[in-house]
Design a protein around this ligand. Structure first.
Ligand code: MN
Length: 704
């Protein structure tokens, strides 16, 4: 980087240094040749010669030849980010335009438009995100993001540049160290996190922490080292029974005792105001298993989960299922926290090898799973677009833009707009209903649906930053208790509870009237009491007294096959989520050694998993049956004849017998709940897809 650049100093030991430079470049080439990329060695050699000539005689602040820096950055690019020759060349050339007499045109002529554009992008942002004036900072940050929009490799090369500068920050003057470390914590570490580069994120954070708070860093590292032996012993005792079960079940696996990073420990000590000794998740265990059949990946995670539930107490609040719903940056794993020896809580992360590599390396891991050797531009493009979606929220005011981006990177808040363009700040996770209540209580109480870019969305729809939301209301609409499940904000919940308490009597009447319309499916009130009933007594026997038979115990370590087409299926279905064959399900063994089945994402199952993990059994469907009840919710813009087309689609095209239909309309919007019998989940999904082709239908989704 330009701060450490001091050109044209000659040295007597030049030939010795040439050897060091040659060796560093050879190591870089070796890394490239061993990678999964096309072997375009020639252009890389050309870029090296070009950069070496351009930086000739220049040194870093540490005294070493400057060219060693671009070589190191290029090596990070191939080795740690998994990128190919284009990015390697750009990395080798990344400081040429900034620091030497060579121009953009020189690089364009020698290396073509792609490499030249990446170098230009890196040059533009390398002036530092924080200039002298605040507005200029924001403007620079915007430039950084705009340059990303042409080629994501700009940001990745910049990330590698920053990582190498952080690794060699020791030779900088202290005030430069502060500036660079601060910038790293403010922009680059969160960006690395967003890009799914968690390994780089932790390294950047720890390095920045080390330079910003050297004393605290030293103290924490010392304590971590002091406690290492003891920690290892505790973890080993904790995983001993699990190792045995993994071996017996034939798993190939690795168990790692993970130590929280110094910066994460520091942050926790600061925010929770607790001493080092009270941070329980210093202890962490990662189980990484080999997996050949991708279809079994999920099942195996839950199977390993059950191994931990045997003999260990599971923390009910700390189960995290990032398999069913991966994090925005692509992270997938199953997390749980269990009681270890000496009453210490231990966090456990269960991942397949592939999940682990994606978690550690982000995009770089994808190269490992590619069979071809070509640089796949479409994959790069789609990934880039995901990142753009996360980061690109154009704001008229540059400073607001910076703030928005920063908060989005920490993803604790979202920004949404009213149709008139007013900005509202809501916690991330907020729904259409939350937004209605945030604007006005009356709007919340009469809220029917939302409209986001001309699309109807239900009350429960989770809002994203940048959404422009119109709230659709109805005078005849009254809130029901199940709305509480759609609220995220305390304000909405409080207002709703107050209303429900006051209006309970009126409410029941209104709901009865609704039932009269002929919908046999449950009212929201009934649903709530059902949920309460199941949670109060989840696994009591289903049989009447005297009828009990002695079933043989179910092997909970094996996958339990479900046979839906048997006259008497070998399992029970809970009415809370009514799973269909084909749905992802899991089972709980009840008092009579029978299996009760829930959908994996059923909110009740979520609670049961953490509270009754030892009863869990992994299940798989072994067939179909045609008498499963399912319901579908359809939203749309009303028009003459639309109902006939919907009914025709269901009964004629899909030959499904409709059991009941409940239709309500408000202004131009109509809502329809339909229930029928089907054979499997796939049929319902296909039906919903086809319903969406009917003109006016905006939303069709299975609700149970
Ligand atoms: Mn650099």
């Amino acid at each position: 980087m330009q701060d450490s650049y001091s050109p044209f100093i000659t040295t007597p030991a030049a030939s010795q240094e040439d050897k060091i430079v040659d060796a560093a470049f050879r190591e870089l080439l070796n890394c490239y040749v061993e990678s999964n990329h096309r072997k375009k060695v020639e252009i890389i050699e050309k870029a090296f010669r070009f950069a070496r000539q351009a930086h000739k005689g220049a040194r870093r602040r540490s005294g070493e030849p400057y060219i060693l820096h671009p070589i190191a950055v290029a090596r990070i690019v191939v080795e740690e980010l998994g990128l190919g020759s284009t990015s390697i060349c750009a990395a080798l050339l990344h400081d040429v335009v900034e620091d030497t007499d060579y121009t953009h045109e020189d690089i364009l002529t020698a290396f073509g438009p792609k490499i030249a554009a990446i170098v230009e992008g890196v040059t533009k942002i390398s002036g530092g995100i924080f200039g002298d004036k605040a507005s200029a900072q924001a403007e620079n940050f915007r430039k950084l993001l705009l340059s990303m929009s042409t080629d994501i490799r700009v940001i990745l090369v910049k990330m590698a540049d920053r990582l190498h500068n952080m690794r060699t920050l020791g030779s900088m003057r202290p005030e430069k160290q502060y500036k660079i470390a601060g910038e790293t914590l403010y922009v680059y570490a969160p960006l690395a996190h967003r890009l799914g580069l968690s390994k780089i994120k932790y390294e950047l954070e720890d390095l920045a922490f080390k330079y910003e708070h050297p004393q605290k860093y030293k103290e924490i590292i010392e304590k971590v080292n002091e406690t290492e032996e003891h920690r290892k012993a505790i973890v080993e005792e904790f995983v001993k029974p699990v190792r045995k079960m993994l071996d017996e079940a034939g798993f190939k696996y690795e168990i790692k005792a993970r130590v929280k990073s110094a910066y994460s420990i520091y942050k926790k000590m600061e925010t929770k105001k607790i001493p080092f000794e009270e941070i329980y998740d210093v202890y962490a265990v990662r189980v990484i298993f080999e997996n050949e059949d991708e279809a079994l990946e999920k099942i195996k995670c839950w199977q390993i989960y059950t191994f931990f539930t045997e003999g260990h107490r599971i923390h009910p609040e700390r189960l995290r299922d990032w398999i069913s719903i991966p994090k925005a940056n692509g992270y997938r794993a199953l997390h749980l926290t269990a009681m270890g020896p000496e009453g210490k809580w231990i966090e456990v992360q269960i991942r397949s090898k592939k999940m682990d590599e994606i978690a550690e390396l982000g995009y770089a891991a994808h190269w490992k799973y590619k069979t071809g050797v070509q640089e796949d531009e479409t994959e790069l493009d789609s990934w880039m677009n995901t990142i753009k979606d996360i980061l690109a929220h154009p704001e008229p005011n540059a400073m607001d833009f910076l703030d928005t981006i920063k908060l989005n990177l920490f993803s604790s808040e979202i920004y949404v707009f009213t149709p008139k363009g007013d900005l509202l700040t809501l916690p991330s996770g907020a729904t259409v209903l939350d937004m209605a209540f945030a604007i006005h209580s009356q709007l919340g109480l009469q809220c029917m649906a939302g409209k986001i870019s001309h699309k109807l969305v239900p009350l429960s729809h989770k809002l994203q930053s940048g959404d422009q939301v119109e709230i659709i209301t109805s005078q005849s609409r009254t809130p029901s208790p199940e709305w509480l499940d759609f609220c995220y904000t305390a304000k909405a919940k409080t207002r709703l509870r107050t209303y429900l308490r006051k209006a309970r009597n009126v409410d029941i009447l209104t709901l009865e009237e609704l039932d009269k319309i002929g919908n046999p499916s449950r009212t929201p009130e009934e649903k709530r009491s059902l949920v309460r009933k199941i949670l109060r007594n989840p696994f009591s026997s289903k049989k009447k007294a005297g009828e009990s038979k002695n079933n043989s115990p179910i092997d909970r370590k094996k996958v339990f096959m479900l046979f839906p087409d048997d006259k008497e299926p070998n399992y029970h279905i809970e009415s809370c989520c009514s799973p269909l064959p084909g749905d992802d399900v899991l089972g709980f063994v009840n008092e009579d050694e029978e299996v009760v089945v829930h959908k994996v994402d059923c909110p009740i199952a979520m609670r049961l998993k953490s509270a009754y993990g030892s009863r869990l059994v992994v299940t798989q469907w072994a067939g179909n049956s045609s008498n499963f009840m399912s319901t579908v919710a359809i939203d749309g813009i009303d028009r003459l004849g639309i109902l006939e087309e919907i009914v025709d689609m269901v009964s004629s095209k899909f030959s499904i017998n409709i059991r009941s239909m409940n239709i309500s309309t408000s202004r131009e919007v109509f809502h329809c709940d339909m229930s029928f019998n089907v054979d499997r989940a796939e049929t319902v999904n296909q039906l919903c897809e086809n319903l969406l082709h009917i003109k006016g239908v905006k939303f069709a989704k299975r609700t149970s």
